[in-house]
Write a protein that binds this ligand. Structure first.
Ligand code: GLN
Length: 314
């Protein structure tokens, strides 16, 4: 296995930063009022090695909405508790080829939530956790687990949560539909609200780099050295990221870049080079599927420079 010298990482992320500094393509998410108001020019890149070195450039301290990236860590927690077979059976691992909040995807997918990284599957996964812990304890448990991934306590951006919670009728409808098909494991509107709160975590690009770095490091947080996911489950989580992490454009992404990744409409994307490093990029302008335009460009560049495409087998 080849890995670049520490100094190379710095040079490469700085090159990526400069190259795409003037990229203005895409638009902030506007279906969640709060996200529409975020400064679209913010841009940060963090690379975390499995040994725990952190390289960063640009806006890496601003707390933005984690949004769909939370789905990865909810999946990790559920897999730890219920095992990998339960996830396949109760949620699924199928690509939908459709947007992240698609209702037809549920109908076409045998009335199943499809996978844990679309809204339906994420809410189903959350409902497994909330029913397991009970409503009185669930938030504290989930919150503690997320904080261990970041290596610091995370908090919800209250304004973002309120903004989404008062406009998320579409997700509520999905939760109810899943309930009717027997794929919701707790009160559907409770699970939907809990999921919305999880999506409203404020994270920095650095936090995301460390969270993703845990997956690059076989399930052990590279900074705190705490194991958060069984090693055998890491490839399962990465497989789901690699088939659906950028929604309906994941195929193109894997063809071009070849890194299991996850995007969020807050503008973040995480990518994992298993056994080597993780990259987190933040830039709010999104393409039509809801993936940050500039983050995709920066990650593609870094991945090429470091020969990180998983299919290269390096
Ligand atoms: N909270 C957002 C939603 O449910 C997350 C979507 C996303 O990041 N793709 O619509």
């Amino acid at each position: 296995q080849k890995s670049a010298k520490p100094v190379d990482y710095n040079v490469i992320i700085n090159e990526a930063f400069q190259l795409f500094k003037n990229e203005k393509g895409g638009k902030n998410a506007n279906y969640i009022p709060f996200l529409d108001k975020v400064d679209p020019d913010m841009y940060g890149i963090v690379l975390v090695t499995k040994e725990g070195q952190v390289y960063q450039v640009g806006e890496t301290r601003y707390e933005f909405g984690i949004e769909s990236i939370e789905k990865v860590f909810t999946l990790c927690m559920a897999m730890e508790i219920f095992g990998d077979s339960a996830i396949l059976e109760k949620v699924g691992a199928a690509q939908t080829g459709l947007p992240f909040n698609s209702v037809p995807a549920i109908e076409q997918g045998g009335q199943k939530p499809s996978n844990p990284l679309v809204n339906a599957g994420a809410m189903a996964t959350t409902s497994l956790l909330t029913s397991h812990f009970g409503h009185a304890e669930a938030w504290d448990k989930v919150n503690a687990y997320f904080g261990r991934f970041a290596g610091r306590p995370l908090t919800v951006l209250d304004e973002l949560y309120k903004s989404e919670a008062t406009t998320n009728e579409h997700n509520q409808a999905i939760a109810m539909l899943l309930k009717s098909y027997g794929y919701m494991y707790d009160d559907p509107l409770y699970a939907c609200d809990f999921y919305t709160k999880q999506c409203s975590y404020g994270v920095t690009t650095r936090d995301l780099g460390i969270m993703a770095g845990t997956l690059a490091n076989g399930g052990v947080n590279p900074i705190t050295k705490e194991r958060l996911l069984k090693e055998a489950y890491v490839p399962r989580v990465l497989a789901i990221m690699g088939t659906t992490g950028l929604y309906e454009t994941t195929g193109d992404w894997m063809y071009k870049v070849g890194l299991p990744s996850k995007s969020g409409v807050g503008g973040g994307i995480i990518s994992v080079a298993p056994g080597r490093f993780a990259i987190a990029v933040f830039s709010p302008r999104l393409d039509k599927a809801g993936n940050s335009v500039r983050a995709q460009e920066a990650i593609k560049y870094i991945s090429e420079k470091l020969a990180a495409n998983v299919y290269l087998g390096k």
